[in-house]
Design a protein around this ligand. Structure first.
Ligand code: IMP
Ligand code: MG
Length: 179
């Protein structure tokens, strides 16, 4: 599996240190409150698991599953909700946890969708930000790392459902998705 990786962008140690910091920042920002963390499946599952263990607050968690169609490495623009929330979010402070903010289409859609349910606030946390490819007018409130315009995998992020279990974030060799 690692033979498909061109270059490691973020090591396990770098990820661990930054996620710890993000946990601390969120703990401060929401001190005294009880936010609801919403993980966007599947890409955020490892980040979410590590992040919430660094948040020293009483908080609830829920998950949504969304997909932008297809197996290709860039989003088609159409977003589909595959699993909706179980929790009622009206009047609550929600924190959306996403793996990567790329074109921004997914999060832009999701935010609008959730805003209709009248939460007290929506905060966006993205592990990775790829600003070069932004198409929707959206920015994250908390970002782990900015990454270059390359297709990255690992630490939850996939290519065709593979590589999520890599403990680092790396750039995939172009020949892997060329065939
Ligand atoms: P969007 O383009 O911001 O809507 O991103 C939609 C989704 O595409 C993200 O949540 C990821 O699951 C996936 N994605 C975007 N860029 C990458 C990448 O470099 N590697 C793996 N998945 C990606
Ligand atoms: Mg994906």
């Amino acid at each position: 599996m690692t033979e498909d990786i061109l270059k490691i962008l973020l090591t396990k140690e770098q990820l661990e240190a930054r996620v710890k910091e993000l946990g601390r920042e969120l703990t401060e920002r929401f001190a005294g409150g009880e936010p609801l963390f919403i993980g966007v499946l599947k890409g955020s599952f490892i980040f979410m698991a590590d992040l919430i263990r660094n948040v020293k607050l009483k908080c609830a968690m829920d998950f949504m599953a969304v997909s932008s169609y297809g197996r290709e490495t860039s989003t088609s623009g159409a977003v589909k909700i595959n699993k909706d929330l179980n929790e009622d979010i009206s009047g609550r402070h929600v924190i959306i946890v996403e793996d990567i903010l790329d074109s921004g289409v997914t999060l832009n859609y999701l935010c609008g969708y959730l805003r209709n349910r009248k939460p007290a606030s929506i905060t966006l946390v993205a592990l990775l930000d790829k600003p070069a490819r932004r198409r929707a007018a959206i920015r994250a409130d908390f970002i782990g790392f900015e990454v270059p315009d390359e297709f990255v995998v690992g630490y939850g992020l996939d290519y065709a459902e593979r590589y999520r279990n890599l403990p680092f974030v790396g750039i995939l060799k172009p020949e892997v998705y060329a065939n």
